[in-house]
Design a protein around this ligand. Structure first.
Ligand code: FAD
Length: 511
């Protein structure tokens, strides 16, 4: 039998990033930072290729709180970042019309108060509610109270208190963010090549990619190739044929139209997601404009109708024509194959309902740095990377499917399909566990935590029939007093906070 050729070990000498969208530059920036810190003799060159003829998706505008850790790792100046990307703060997402027409709830970032005797606050709240006389749990989510009163200041790390227990993310202009990171990466030695890749060279035997050829004939060699080519998946699918897990039967939306409109006051510190008859519409407030998009299923509505619904539901005049996008929900069977690692849309896509794509990019590049290979690209490293990416993708998939499955809407064929469809076993387990015991299971330790699951389950009217028996150990009267005091403390703390827009003006001008 012919022995498979494996490349010699030894450190990588050149990494080639294919694509200069959000994924490409979010990958280049930390790699550039890493290489700028290592001894020049051991340094690995990083080259990013972007095509002037193939545009970027450019619609990723809402994020999750971990974006702050990513920015902090890069030592970005917060005020400069906010100014350069026209960012606003995001305390969570307001959902409208999801459970039924007229239903609204908020998925805020952070807890519903401090844990009591090792059980989360919201579980104690559920107990009191079952006994009667409790208002909505949202009064105990500081992020939600702030969001609905349009207030914002960052939590005070020096003086933490129960009323201060919230987190936040950002909304930003994706094009400006990519440009900001491009300057950052290039200042740290990342080089940029402009051209369209027309050919890929593969080594016989092991199938490793050795070089890509651009339309002007230039050939760029590398030891590791990071495929950030977006939905095209130029290397991971085009060359490696990694395959795709298609999740369309669980998440049938396959199209979107996006259009910005004039901004309106007040500047809200949250994303809004409003369910429509064949999908949902987002509203993302930025400093200079408001981003909007309609995600829908082409099997249940036409593009013309989807565009009409989008334009009918804007805050102000549209700034241009809606942009049409198509996608297939799912993930690559392997996101790292041989010496190709897919990051961004080339690795898969789950609709942007909870702003998870940029999170997947950050975690993808973080894991790659953690599992940084030598020239052999040992398959065990790839297996570990693939295992963790699959765990994260599946956990996100379940969380998003939950939004659709628990609907009580029956006013359109689309919603009747969603409420009646089969769901992944893992999600079925999650829903049943909560219904029967009030417990939440966490499949991915880096994914959505208990408060997020509970916000969605309760928001969609899924209530536990029984609760953790150990909750009974806490005295009921003392518990009611605790909740009342906490509610007042949150309300007073939030009343003392500045208006979100005013805070941004002050913060950005303070530079
Ligand atoms: P792209 O932006 O498509 O970039 C691909 C790059 O590859 C381009 O630079 C292109 O020039 C280059 N390229 C392609 N082919 C070649 C070639 N042959 N030669 C050379 N270069 C090539 N994410 C969030 O986190 N939050 C959100 O709110 C959000 N909203 C979204 C809404 C919609 C409707 C969609 C579809 C996505 C949304 N996303 C969101 C996802 C987010 O937009 C993407 O994760 C992000 O933009 C990364 O895209 P990318 O860089 O992988 O691909």
């Amino acid at each position: 039998m012919e022995k498979q050729r494996t490349p010699d070990g030894g450190p990588l000498r050149r990494i080639v990033i294919v694509g200069g969208g959000t994924a490409g530059w979010m990958t280049a920036a930390p790699l550039g930072q890493l290489m700028a810190r290592v001894d020049p003799k051991a340094r690995c060159e990083i080259v990013l290729i972007e095509s002037p003829d193939i545009g970027t998706v450019g619609v990723g505008e809402a994020t999750l709180p971990t974006i702050r850790f990513y920015n902090r790792t890069l030592d970005l100046d917060n005020a400069e970042f906010i100014r350069k990307t026209q960012a606003t703060f995001k305390l969570g997402i307001e959902f409208k019309d999801w459970g039924h027409l007229g239903n609204r709830f908020f998925h805020g970032f952070g807890e519903f108060g401090p844990a009591i005797q090792n059980r989360s606050s919201v579980m104690h709240w559920l107990r009191l509610r079952s006994m009667g006389g409790m208002d909505s749990h949202e009064h105990w989510s500081t992020a939600t109270v702030m969001a609905l009163r349009n207030r914002f200041v960052p939590p005070d790390g020096d003086a933490p208190s129960a009323a201060n227990a919230y987190s936040y993310a950002f909304h930003f202009d994706a094009g400006l963010y990519a440009a900001y990171l491009r300057d950052y990466a290039m200042a740290r030695g990342v080089s940029r090549e402009e051209g369209t890749i027309v050919d890929v060279s593969v080594r016989p035997g092991d199938g490793f990619v050795t070089a890509v050829t651009l339309d002007d004939g230039r050939r760029i060699e590398g030891d590791l190739f990071i495929d950030c080519s977006g939905f095209r998946a130029l290397l991971i699918e085009g060359v490696c044929k990694a395959g795709y897990h298609d999740w369309t039967h669980w998440l049938p939306c396959d199209s979107a139209q996006a259009v910005p409109c004039d901004k309106t006051a007040p500047l809200t510190p949250y994303t809004t997601s409003t369910a429509r008859s064949a999908g949902w519409q987002w509203r993302i407030p930025l400093q200079h404009r408001t981003g909007n998009g309609h995600v829908y299923c082409s099997g249940y509505t036409s593009d013309d109708e989807a565009g009409r619904v989008l334009l009918q539901n804007l805050d102000g005049p549209a700034l241009g024509e809606p942009r049409q996008l198509r996608f297939k929900t799912g993930m690559r069977r392997k996101t790292w194959d041989r010496n190709v690692v897919a990051i961004g849309l080339s690795s898969g896509f789950v609709e942007p309902l909870e702003s998870t794509s940029i999170q997947l990019i950050m975690d993808g590049v973080g894991r790659l740095i953690e599992l940084f290979p030598d020239k052999r690209c040992d398959r065990h490293l790839a297996n570990e990377y693939n295992r963790r990416m699959a765990q994260q993708y599946e956990s996100i998939r379940d969380f998003i499917v939950l939004h659709y499955k628990l609907t009580a809407r029956d006013d359109s064929e689309f919603w009747r399909y969603c409420s009646g469809m089969s769901i992944p076993d893992t999600l079925n387990h999650q829903i049943e566990l909560f219904r029967r015991s009030g417990r939440v299971t966490i499949l991915d330790p880096d994914g959505f935590a208990e408060p997020s699951w509970v916000s969605l389950l309760l928001g969609l009217d899924c209530w536990p029939q029984r609760l953790d028996p150990l909750l009974q150990q806490v005295d009921e009267r003392a518990l009611r007093t605790h909740f009342e005091r906490l509610r007042q403390a949150i309300s007073q703390t939030v009343d003392g906070m500045p208006d979100h827009g005013a805070f941004i003006d002050r913060y950005v001008r303070a530079e």
